[in-house]
Ligand binder design. Structure first.
Ligand code: GSH
Length: 224
């Protein structure tokens, strides 16, 4: 089922940045549910997240932020849950309670155990206080620790995707975290066979392919 036009008077607005993994998760959710939206770029490298107009939308100065009429939400987890409740098809949470908890757990490992450690503000600070090598070590440690935990968590329940043969919440977080690790930080996913297999499956789906950072309107044009 696609949600376009008749369910909404005004298009949703997504404030994001092409390379933001948190924004990337939300794009996949919107795309899976067939929701049309307006994409508003916030250039994190230029500091647009601290522009007073944007700070009114999200006083944390981070992307993504979603505006749906009077409703403003500025955390990817909260945005995805809001979308899932407002546009229930296809559901992002399985009915089975154990699988549901695994989805929450995997999403949480990434949103609180990995992503904050690789966030622009943090890694800039680490480099400033130490050096570029320490920054890379810091990122690698956080991703290795998180991926090792995720691999253990999912090894016995994964199918094509993280918790079976249907895409759920965990997949949105895993796909985008692996994409960032592989493409941005050049980290190999091979040591995590369950995660690597899921990544292959995501790359076969157009909703995942179309949501990747390089395909966003604010992504730099590739030079040949
Ligand atoms: N928990 C928030 C984290 C948001 C976040 O850290 N966003 C990053 C991009 S992925 C950001 O905007 N960073 C800007 C900065 O560090 O200045 C979420 O899931 O939306």
């Amino acid at each position: 089922m696609a949600y376009s036009g008749e369910d909404k008077k005004e298009k949703l607005k997504l404030y994001s940045y092409w390379r933001s993994s948190c924004g990337h998760r939300v794009r996949i959710a919107l795309s899976l549910k067939g929701i049309e939206y307006e994409y508003i770029p916030v250039n994190l490298l230029k500091g647009d997240q601290f522009n007073p107009d944007f700070m009114k939308i999200n006083p944390m100065g981070t992307v993504p932020a979603l505006v749906d009429g009077e409703v403003v939400i500025s955390d990817s987890f909260a945005i995805i849950m809001y979308l899932d409740e407002k546009y229930p098809e296809p559901p992002l949470l399985p009915r089975d309670l154990h699988k549901r908890a695994l989805n929450y757990q995997a999403a949480s490992i990434i949103s609180s155990g990995i992503q904050p450690h690789q966030n622009l503000a943090i890694i800039r600070y680490i480099e400033e206080k130490t050096n570029a090598e320490e920054k890379i070590n810091w990122i690698n440690n956080a991703i290795t620790k998180g991926f090792t935990a995720l691999e253990k968590l999912l090894v016995n329940c994964a199918g094509k995707y993280a918790t079976g043969d249907q895409v759920y919440l965990a997949d949105l977080f895993i796909a985008t975290q692996i994409h960032t690790a592989v493409i941005k930080f050049k980290i190999d996913v091979e040591p995590y066979p369950t995660l690597a297999k899921c990544y292959e499956s995501y790359n076969e789906l157009s909703v995942f392919q179309d949501s990747i950072p390089a395909k966003q309107p604010d992504a730099p044009t590739p030079t040949s």
